[in-house]
Design a protein around this ligand. Structure first.
Ligand code: C5P
Length: 234
């Protein structure tokens, strides 16, 4: 079954370890998220390798800089052939619009989904206030998600906690990509607030990011299948 709505977080310290896992799964079954650790270690060649193997890759580098620099970084990512990229909404509407324009210059088939990170879940009202951002976390997330939609981005990364609020204020095709997903039987690991795949669906989440419950499973294919099934509306 083709299913790119389950995104596996490839949180590995080396390309060899990541590939040992990747060798066990099929490109049709999921998408793969490459974040800072693996990208800094393994670089763009590794990403191109995953793309050449047929995987849809979410390059999770959360670009945040002046508009021109972010636009160039987004274009460079699109040239790698990745499927999804992200920027920080905190960079503002002009920065997100520059990213959008850079992506729009590519042929439609080579355009990655462009999404925004809103408030990092490591931030709370106190830490937000300390950088001069006032208001309840929910209100700030709502405002930044609205900015992302205004800049014509394709979606946002959101915790499950804010997903329903974002769903209510955005178009149905606006992507909501959510980590912190566990089956009821899974370990929480270091996640504080977790939701199940079916609850995520109910909240309007369009894509789930799952790491350790699949990457550390005895049988990763079976674990992936469990998540795919649970994240599919019967
Ligand atoms: O192993 P686990 O399923 O907890 O991995 C979740 C992935 O989602 C990790 O790559 C983590 O960095 C990422 N993430 C998260 N919470 C956020 C943002 C990203 O867990 N708020």
């Amino acid at each position: 079954m083709t299913h790119h709505k389950v995104i596996i977080a490839l949180d590995y310290p080396s390309p060899d370890l990541a590939l040992q896992f990747v060798d066990k799964i099929q490109p049709e079954a999921c998408a793969l998220k490459v974040g800072f650790e693996l990208f800094v270690t393994a670089g763009p060649v590794f990403v191109e390798n995953l793309v050449a193997r047929g995987f849809k890759v979410f390059l999770d580098l959360k670009f945040h800089d002046i508009p021109n620099t972010v636009a160039q970084a987004c274009a460079a990512a699109a040239r790698l052939g990745v499927w999804m990229i992200n920027v920080h909404a905190l960079g503002g509407i002009p920065m997100m619009q520059a990213a959008r324009e850079a992506i729009d210059k590519f042929d439609v088939q080579q355009q990655p989904h462009l999404i925004a990170v809103t408030v990092l879940t490591s931030m709370n009202q106190v830490t937000l206030g300390s950088i001069g951002v006032h208001g309840e976390v929910n209100q700030v997330v709502s405002q930044w998600a609205a900015m992302a939609q205004q800049a014509k981005l394709d979606g946002v990364v959101s915790s499950a906690q804010e997903a329903a609020m974002i769903r209510a204020q955005t178009d149905p095709e606006f992507m909501i990509v959510t980590p912190g997903i566990r089956m009821p039987s899974d370990s929480k690991d270091d996640q504080h607030r977790i939701v199940s795949p079916s609850d995520a669906l109910d909240l309007g989440v369009t894509h789930i990011v799952v790491g350790r419950p699949i990457t550390q499973a005895q049988d990763p294919c079976a674990a992936l299948e469990t998540f795919v099934t649970a994240f599919t509306r019967a």
